[in-house]
Structures are given as C-alpha cells and as structure tokens.
Design a protein around this ligand. Structure first.
Ligand code: ZN
Length: 269
C-alpha cells in the first residue's frame, strides 16, 4: 500500500461530491458502515443528497474504494470532540469498513438492523468501551483488519498522522462504531507506538508449533493480505508449524505452506 498524489495506489476511485475544503490530515478515524455491503455504502456516500462521505470504504473481501482524495475534507465524523478539539472532519482521514454493526439475538439467529441473519461464527459477544452490557457484534474479516492496518501504515508514512481514533471515541453517546470487534487499541499500539503484543514480545525459536485462533484463516503466497491464496483456509484449532516471521505475518506449514496473518496464530508452549 502506498499513497501517491493523495490517492492510494491501485485502488478504485469513485468520486464523492460530498466534500469540504483543503485537508492536512493529522488523524485517522475508523468507522463501520452498518450497511448491507460495500457497494450500497459507496452508493450512499457518493449521493449528493446524503451529505456524508469518507475517504475510503473497505469491503469484506480485500476491496478498497477511495471516494475523496486525502487532501480534501470528507464528511464522516459529524459532531465530534476530543482533547479540546472539535469538528474532526477538518483534520482527519475517514475509513469506513463494511460491517453490519450491533446485532440482535433471537434464539440462534443474529440479525442486523436491516434484517439480515448472521451465523454464530461471524458474531462476537463483547462489551463496548462506552457501555456496560454485553452485546452481539458483527465480526470484521481477517482481510479487513489486515488491510486497514496496511492502509493506516501507508497514511502514517505519507502524512503527519499522530492519532487513530474510533468514531465512538470522538462522538461518544452518539456513535458506537467501529465497536469492540475491531482491534483498535492493538492497532494504534502497533502503528503509533511501535509496540508488538505483549504475548509475542519473546523472539520465536523456529520452527515453533502454533494453533489457528480465527474461525477461518487464509493462507497466502506472501506476507501481505493482497498475496494470492494458496489453499483452502485453515480452520480454527488447526495445528501449524511456524517457520518464519515477516512483521505481522508467519510462514507456516500445515498441509500446504504459505503466509498467514500472525494475529490469528497463538503460540503453543
Ligand atoms: Zn462512523
């Protein structure tokens, strides 16, 4: 991922008319769309009647669409304030991630506000940082989390970005996105403070045994979410041998060999 003339390289651009003046971004705001799919969210965010937009929309399977160049104000944050600043549209890049948001449960069926049903494997039960009760949240895909992290890294390289916030943090009480299913704290620790997770602070002695913690984990030809998939995804609980590391990626051997996101591999003792 690379920024070139205020656009992400190799990403589709669909121009939104819903923009303000010049932007010199110093923050990134993470959102979920609470929509049906990326296409319908893009249609909404380029509709001049809607008066909303974002710089990027990240779909559930590796698709990224840019709607507004990074040097132009997009309308994603609305009424917002944090640390004595207000109106975050004026200094932030907005990333919308395709996710249905909070779900309601009836028996074994989890439904979104627009009436679609989701399987249990796509649902996380967790307490939101601004709330006290557990709710059901639509999970993000592995591709989305990895891509958003790669996009944020590219933006930090291109601009003087010193903060990544969730919409829920700059508009608490009014907004709950991206919610607890998005690893926001982890991501900003990694990207802004250069921290690795505490549990992988110790260097790994290769080869090391590992276990898959995601429901499904794609195995790829290289250490990036854009590398091609080399086999059927690994399933939760699958045993792997970790042979090599490249930043957040492990090269593992299961029945086949390839690269997986290290976020979803737990080291065994
Ligand atoms: Zn939002």
């Amino acid at each position: 991922m690379k920024v070139n003339k205020h656009l992400l390289d190799d990403v589709e651009f669909v121009k939104s008319p819903n923009t303000g003046g010049d932007l010199k971004p110093d923050s990134i705001i993470i959102h979920y769309t609470a929509g049906r799919d990326a296409e319908s969210s893009i249609r909404t965010l380029v509709n001049p009647k809607v008066k909303a937009s974002a710089h990027l929309v990240v779909g559930r399977d590796n698709s990224v669409t840019q709607l507004v160049p990074f040097n132009v104000v997009a309308w994603h944050a609305g009424k917002s304030s944090l640390g004595g600043r207000t109106g975050f549209n004026q200094f932030s890049i907005g990333i919308e991630i395709d996710n249905a948001g909070v779900l309601t449960r009836q028996g074994n069926v989890y439904s979104s506000w627009f009436g679609r049903a989701y399987q249990e494997k796509d649902v996380l039960r967790a307490v939101h940082r601004n709330e006290t009760v557990r709710k059901y949240w639509h999970r993000y895909t592995e591709e989305q989390i990895t891509l958003v992290q790669e996009i944020c890294a590219a933006l930090i390289e291109a601009y003087d970005i010193d903060a990544i916030w969730g919409h829920e943090e700059i508009s608490p009480g009014r907004k709950i996105d991206p919610g607890p299913a998005f690893p926001l704290d982890k991501m900003r620790q990694r990207l802004l403070l250069g921290h690795r997770d505490e549990d992988d602070a110790e260097p790994i002695a290769f080869p090391a045994p590992g276990i898959v913690t995601a429901g499904k984990l794609n195995i790829r030809s290289g250490p990036t979410a854009q590398a091609s998939k080399v086999a059927q995804p690994l399933l939760q609980g699958a045993n792997v041998t970790i042979k090599q590391q490249s930043k957040d990626w492990y090269r593992v051997r299961a029945e086949v060999e390839g690269w997986v996101s290290g976020h979803y591999i737990e080291l065994k003792d």
